[in-house]
Design a protein around this ligand. Structure first.
Ligand code: HSE
Length: 301
């Protein structure tokens, strides 16, 4: 194979109580990534949403770091040309950097026949996250690789659990800058035992809901985070207002990843009213989408 083209999806990490653990793959938006063999070295070109903000220098680009490490670890004696079309705006809270990292890890595996497992692909893809977040959190790259709902239950060694699920979500993308590094720094180092008990309880409710197809329970527990959201909501003007106004139209609403994106589990038939409210407060892009199946191959030749 000389060339492979894949789509790599947006993902929503944390989902309230599952900070750095839970992640959900979305069907939209997504990045489109083409990898071609070259004689030597790594070249990166970018276009699409927010591409001008992303460095193309290999060591500072999340996808470049993933390709560099895979070439080194597997003694690949060729180079690779990486072309990324961003469908996911960087700094959105929808795993923009993770989509590029996961797409490149997946495509490298196919292009050079590395036969890596999904878990190994998550490990490589999470190396890219160190560049953008300062910590190789895997809760965005895991769903991008596995699809559905994932849980990173251990970091060292990395352990990921996967549950295939299928339900609708609404995702809003306010035009506000929130850096993941800043959104991590704002969080406390330790939390009260009561808050921990609350969040573990809600996280258990979410997992149970997935096995019972109980989207109401999922949304209600997702909204029950008492640790992260209170701090991060301060970084998103309009968030408290939106949360209050959509209360009767949704099963749940929370910040997507480190924000400013917001993920909503809508009640049946209420999506247009929810969109109106989001539009009034933020006038921003809104995706009515559903859980997706992770990186997909578009073409190979
Ligand atoms: N778990 C990470 C965080 C996700 O909340 O910082 C970043 O998208």
């Amino acid at each position: 194979m000389e060339r492979i083209k894949v789509t790599s999806p947006a993902t929503s990490a944390n989902l309230g109580p599952g900070y750095d653990i839970f992640g959900l793959a979305l069907s939209e938006p997504y990045d489109t990534i083409t990898l071609s063999r070259s004689k030597e070295g790594i070249s990166i070109s970018l276009k699409g949403k927010g591409a001008e903000k992303i460095p193309t220098d290999v060591d500072r680009n999340t996808a470049g770091v993933v390709a560099r490490e895979m070439i080194k670890d597997f003694n690949i004696e060729e180079g690779v040309k990486i072309e990324i079309e961003k469908g996911i705006r960087p700094g959105s809270g929808l795993g923009s950097s993770a989509a590029s990292s996961a797409g490149v890890a997946f495509a490298m595996n196919e292009l050079f026949n590395l036969n890596l497992s999904k878990l190994e692909l998550v490990k490589y893809a999470s190396l890219g996250e160190s560049i953008s977040a300062g910590f190789p959190h895997a809760d965005n790259v895991a769903p991008a690789i596995y699809g559905g709902f994932t849980m990173v239950i251990n970091y060292d060694p990395l352990e990921v659990l996967h549950i295939p699920v299928d339900f609708e979500v609404v995702v809003a993308l306010p035009d506000i800058e929130v850096s993941t590094k800043k959104a991590r720094e704002i969080l406390p180092d330790s939390v009260p035992l009561r808050s921990m008990v609350n969040n573990v309880g809600k996280a258990c409710g979410m997992i149970y809901s997935l096995f019972k197809d109980d989207v109401e329970l999922f949304g209600r527990c997702m909204m029950g985070d008492k640790i992260v959201e209170p701090y991060r909501s301060q970084l998103i003007p309009g968030y408290s207002e939106v949360k209050e106004e959509v209360r009767d139209l949704v099963y749940g609403i929370t910040i997507s990843g480190s924000g400013p994106g917001v993920i909503i589990v809508p009640k049946e038939g209420e999506v247009s009213k929810i969109k109106e409210i989001l539009n009034e407060v933020w006038g921003c892009p809104v995706y009515h989408t559903k859980v997706g199946s992770g990186v997909q191959i578009l073409e190979r030749d």
